[in-house]
Structures are given as C-alpha cells and as structure tokens.
Design a protein around this ligand. Structure first.
Ligand SMILES: [Zn+2]
Length: 251
C-alpha cells in the first residue's frame, strides 16, 4: 500500500501542472459517476499537497479534489497525450504534461475527511509534540502497533514504516501506549519520520523486518516474527529479542 512517502513523491511529480488550466477527464466508469470532470474541467490548478496518505489538489473557485490510493492506486506524470494502456480513473491534462491516476478508488470533491487526520509524519519538520499529544489522548490500552496505523492520531504511516520504525526504536508493536514512556514514543515517531523522509528523498526503502518473517534479525540474528494485529489484522513484524513484548493482552 502506498504510504505517506509515496504520496509526497506524487505531490512533487505533479508540480509541473500547478498554475495551469487543466483539461480533466474521468475515463473509468466508476470515476465518471463522481462528477469530478464536469466540476474541474478548465479550472486552474493552484496547489498540490500530500496530507498523510491523501493527495489534495486545490483548484480555483475553492474546489479541492481528494485522492486516496488505497492498496493499488498510483499516479503517473506523462507527456501530454502520451501512449498508455488501460482505463485510468483520472487524467489532468496541461499544455505539456498530463497526470494520470490509475486505480484510485477514492476520488472526491470533499476535504472533510482530511480535517479529521492527525499531524502528518512527513511535515517538515514533523510536529512530534502534537503527535505525542494525540497518542496520549487515545485509549492507553491500545497497542503501539495499532495506534501508529490510526490516521486520526498520526497521518501517513502504513504497515511497512510502522514495522521498520518500531524495530529501530526497539519497541515491540504489542506494547500498550499506557506502558510506554514519552521518550519511547518520541523515539519511535522520530524513526518513522527519518525513515520516511529518507525514502521520499531517495526512493529507496531499506527494510530490516517488514515481510521478513523467519529471516534473521539484522541486529541480533533471532528469527523475525509476524502476526496479524488489530481489528484490521494488518501483519506486524518484529524481533522478539530486540523488541520485547508479547502479543498476549494487547487490543
Ligand atoms: Zn533482534
């Protein structure tokens, strides 16, 4: 699933279209019914920004288009009228370039969803105090691994970066918020921000534990464990030796 770093990278790639009046098409039938093309066609694009895992495109007239990629969506910037196969959800066509959205199941002219998001982990600099306050305002019986994926508490972190940040901070995903010190939470958030910023700038995703179940921990050699966590049952990956804290008892 695209996480915050992929969305911030998409926002960068769309910058050449900012300032232009765009031809807007929604070729995919499920996108056509949103009415987005009729509302935006011919409007000037004022700004593109990533907020957590969302991309917000601000057009003149106060119109804001929100795109969320869910599992398989992706943005591509091509030359105007370049060759492509398949039926994209959205095409934003400028004088020289066009941005194409594939498999973008969330496409709406409404930013109310974004107002409920927690602070963006990829803000520059990230507001770790504000995120810490959000985590402390949540149910303290929640496991840290579950809380990090709750976009209302901190926006942008997905399954990959939660696993990697917790491993670097030596915190088990199963430990409860109420059992963690502020500096432990701050270290975890700082690692997430640093890793994701590095990925955004380099395009590289260096992985120690994510999808490495059974492989040796790069730090101590103990086999990495994995197990579904939380209501959404997203798979957590951790080293049982470096990251002490058992699955039992966590929400
Ligand atoms: Zn280890």
């Amino acid at each position: 699933m695209p996480e915050g770093d992929a969305l911030h990278r998409a926002a960068r790639s769309l910058q050449p279209l900012v300032g232009e009046r765009l031809e807007v098409e929604t070729p995919h039938p499920r996108a056509r019914v949103t009415g987005v093309a009729e509302r935006l066609d011919g409007k000037r694009l004022l700004r593109v920004e990533a907020v957590g895992k969302n991309l917000l495109l601000r057009f003149e007239g106060g119109l804001v288009l929100r795109s969320h990629l869910r599992m398989r969506g992706r943005w591509q910037v091509l030359q105007r009228n370049g060759a492509r196969r398949g039926t994209p959800w959205l095409v934003l066509r400028g004088a020289k370039n066009e941005a194409v959205l594939w498999n973008g199941p969330v496409l709406e002219l409404d930013e109310s969803h974004v107002r409920s998001l927690g602070p963006d982990i990829l803000a520059d600099p990230p507001d770790l105090d504000a995120i810490l306050a959000k985590l402390r305002g949540a149910d303290q019986r929640s496991a840290i691994g579950v809380a990090l994926l709750d976009q209302r508490l901190v926006a942008g972190i997905g399954n990959l970066w939660r696993a990697e940040a917790l491993w670097r901070a030596r915190i088990s995903p199963w430990r409860l918020l109420g059992d963690l010190q502020d500096d432990e939470l701050r270290t975890t958030l700082g690692e997430a921000a640093r890793l994701m910023r590095g990925s955004l700038d380099s395009g590289l995703k260096v992985r120690a534990v994510y999808r490495k179940a059974g492989r040796p921990c790069p730090r101590c050699g103990t086999p990495i464990e994995s197990r579904g966590q939380g209501e959404a049952n997203r798979i957590a990956y951790w080293c049982p030796d470096c990251q002490e804290g058992e699955p039992a008892g966590a929400l």
